[in-house]
Design a protein around this ligand. Structure first.
Ligand SMILES: Nc1ncnc2c1ncn2[C@@H]1O[C@H](COP(=O)(O)OP(=O)(O)O)[C@@H](O)[C@H]1O
Ligand SMILES: [Mg+2]
Length: 266
């Protein structure tokens, strides 16, 4: 893939007290690329997303979006610059409607301040109306099924639809980079297949959108990403197409557990 780089990390290191959660990790992501992030629990996968989205300021290293330094910027600035994410555990507003949850995702793009909103000044109202219209169109494009349920409280949706809604909400900020943290966790095979179809449709509709997907389901990892970054104990073990990295002994060991790998070789 030879598209230009949209996002890159260099020498990313994250210490929590005495714990080294990430050590000198480099990565690149190109426009239109899907990068898988895999590794055992505690490997540093979510930490990497938290650094990129501004929830964590790295102890050292740099993150650049389209060449511009973003590490250490506040999370809301980074969303407004074009990086959106979903979380490992749901962050939907359960009492709000499906549609309103997507409207909230557009918040990063709205110019009106709180005071405008309270006073219902013209601009705030016009922006809200516009946001609601765009949110409805987005929902319809992501999933007709979700669109049909747009007036239901989000909490009433089945789990797979809630995941889908979180992705729709992230897309509402019109990101250049979309980060998904374990989107298929807790899903059965049928729901995971539907999720993969959704992600493919999203990418087909937005050819420049770049994705980073943290994932445990190896069916998804084998099928979607162009490239996979393998982390273990905060270190980068490998980076390449899944078919290649899965054959690397240290990657297999990280997954099997060192003892099991030694046993298998014996
Ligand atoms: N805010 C934090 N404070 C302290 N330790 C953290 C924090 N966030 C992550 N860690 C630690 O960093 C390591 C990597 O965690 P994480 O990135 O969540 O792993 P993964 O997502 O790969 O399972 C773990 O040992 C975890 O306990
Ligand atoms: Mg995690």
């Amino acid at each position: 893939m030879s598209a230009p780089t949209i996002l890159e990390g260099q020498g990313l290191t994250m210490r929590f007290g005495g714990l080294m959660a990430m050590a000198e990790v480099d990565f690149t992501l190109r426009k239109g690329e899907i990068l898988g992030i895999i590794g055992p629990n505690g490997a540093g996968k979510s930490t990497l997303l938290n650094i990129v989205t501004g929830l964590y300021k790295p102890s050292s290293g740099a993150v650049r979006l389209a060449g511009e330094r973003i590490d250490g910027l506040p999370a809301h600035r980074i969303v407004a610059m074009g990086i959106a994410r979903t979380f490992q555990s749901s962050r939907l507003f359960g009492d709000l409607s499906v549609l309103d949850n997507v409207v909230i995702g557009r918040h990063a793009l709205m110019k009106s301040g709180l005071l405008d909103a309270i006073l219902r000044r013209g601009r705030a109202q016009a922006e809200l109306n516009d946001a609601a219209e765009r949110a409805a169109a987005l929902l319809k494009a992501v999933s007709r099924d979700l669109y049909a349920q747009r007036h239901r409280p989000a909490a009433e949706l089945p789990q797979a639809d809630r995941r889908r809604l979180e992705i729709a909400r992230a897309l509402a900020s019109e990101p250049r980079v979309l980060l998904l943290d374990e989107p298929s966790s807790g899903m059965d095979d049928a729901d995971t297949d539907a999720l993969m179809a959704d992600i493919r449709a999203i990418c087909a509709a937005r050819p420049d959108l770049a994705l980073m997907i943290i994932e445990h389901d190896m069916r998804l990892v084998a099928a979607l990403p162009h490239r996979v970054l393998v982390l273990d104990y905060g270190q980068k073990l490998a980076d390449g197409p899944y078919e290649e990295v899965r054959k690397i002994p240290r990657v297999q060991e990280a997954y099997l557990g060192r003892k099991a790998a030694q046993h298998a070789r014996a």
